[in-house]
Design a protein around this ligand. Structure first.
Ligand SMILES: C[S@@+](CC[C@H](N)C(=O)[O-])C[C@H]1O[C@@H](n2cnc3c(N)ncnc32)[C@H](O)[C@@H]1O
Length: 353
């Protein structure tokens, strides 16, 4: 589930190029899972250059992409439900890359519940995405009529009444980088009093623990309404599997400074509790596959492709996790915000409350 070597080049002038390029890999993985019918996503092809010429990824990657997608979809849906049907919410996707969630939500039943949907990434990636959106007849209608959509900040930003794509380096001090974008005193993009969900899909791991803590802490301090946060990333990299992964990535000029403080699943939940969230959970993809996917669905995806190495699949899935935390005054309203066990109702030993 990590990037192939060919596209990753760091230079002295541009040391972040390999990290930015991890988005190509994430987008290709999603495109592949769609083309192999694991997932349904009519939007991803518009964000991948020459999508029809891309080779599918191996089954293991497709399964991982599917499990991650199902788990996070359920949590996003559950956040919207737990916030209350009459309440509008804000969603901020940090290191959004080529993610298509905004368009999937805009075509679904919660469309009118989204007050703001903000995507943040490095300027190179937001510029590319802004151009792709403007060019695409599949993506641009969801933003509204052309007179309410504007390209800003020299082509690096795209603004519309709900969807906003903004350039930022998330490692910088949030006070100087995020506040002007999201919380300017004259015209704040995010309201402090609306329930807000933060999405960190494979991004915090590329940052130092101090920088990612400061980032989450900034939202904790700014928002007075319930704050949810979902993190998907690799963890437990101190074993031989993790060492091989780290070495492979290093040879491609990608470092994972954010993985070190997270040796096990419990430490992923702990991150949120340490930052004053009221409740937190974490599940490995291994555990999601075993007991949190509807059995009919699991049967369907199992038949899509031949998979010889089930031990390898389990090993890889055991090193990726979705963790989530909620900070809310009324903890009871959020007790049900989780990825629910399906049918067999197995509670895994590696599920943490
Ligand atoms: C592996 S991709 C994931 C993309 C998307 N979240 C997904 O899961 O499909 C990581 C993304 O995080 C972005 N990213 C990493 N570090 C960042 C930083 N310091 N500031 C802004 N974006 C960053 C990268 O540019 C890239 O688009």
């Amino acid at each position: 589930m990590y990037p192939p070597p060919s596209r990753l080049h760091a230079t002295h002038d541009d040391p972040d190029a390999p990290v930015r390029a991890t988005d190509n890999d994430a987008a290709l993985a999603r495109l592949s899972a769609v083309s192999k019918r694991y997932l349904n996503d009519p939007y991803i092809a518009a964000l991948v250059p020459r999508a029809h010429l891309q080779e599918p990824r191996p089954p293991l990657i497709n399964i991982g992409t599917y499990l991650r997608g199902q788990g996070i979809d359920e949590l996003v849906d559950g956040f919207l439900r737990s916030a209350g049907d009459a309440t509008q919410v804000q969603i901020v996707s940090l290191g959004a890359g080529s993610d298509t969630r905004f368009w999937r939500l805009a075509a679904g039943p919660h469309k009118d519940r989204i007050a703001k949907y903000v995507e943040l990434d490095f300027p190179d990636n937001t510029t590319r995405k802004a151009m792709a959106i403007r060019k695409s007849r599949v993506l641009s209608p969801a933003l509204g009529s052309p007179d309410v959509v504007s390209v800003a900040a020299g082509g690096t930003a795209l603004r519309s009444p709900v969807y906003n794509l903004l350039p930022v380096d998330l490692r910088h001090s949030p006070e100087s980088s995020l506040r002007p974008l999201l919380a300017s005193p004259e015209n704040p993009l995010l309201s402090p009093s609306l329930p807000t969900l933060l999405l960190f899909e494979c991004v915090l791991v590329y940052m130092t623990p101090a920088a990612s803590d400061a980032l989450i802490q900034w939202f904790v301090d700014y928002l007075s309404a319930p704050l949810g946060s979902i993190v998907y990333e690799m963890f437990g990299l101190g074993d031989s599997f993790g060492r091989v992964m780290l070495n492979n990535l290093r040879s491609r000029n990608v470092e994972l400074p954010g993985a070190a403080p997270y040796p096990d699943l419990a430490s992923l939940s702990q991150r949120f509790l340490r930052l004053n969230f009221t409740d937190a959970n974490a599940l490995t993809l291994y555990s999601i596959r075993r007991s949190h996917i509807d059995p009919t669905e699991l049967d369907r995806i199992t038949k899509l492709e031949m998979l010889d190495e089930i031990e390898e699949l389990d090993l890889v899935l055991g090193h990726y996790a979705i963790s989530w935390g909620i900070k809310a005054p009324e903890a009871a309203d959020w007790r049900n915000w989780r990825i629910h066990p399906k049918a067999r109702a197995v509670v895994d030993e590696d599920e943490y409350d």
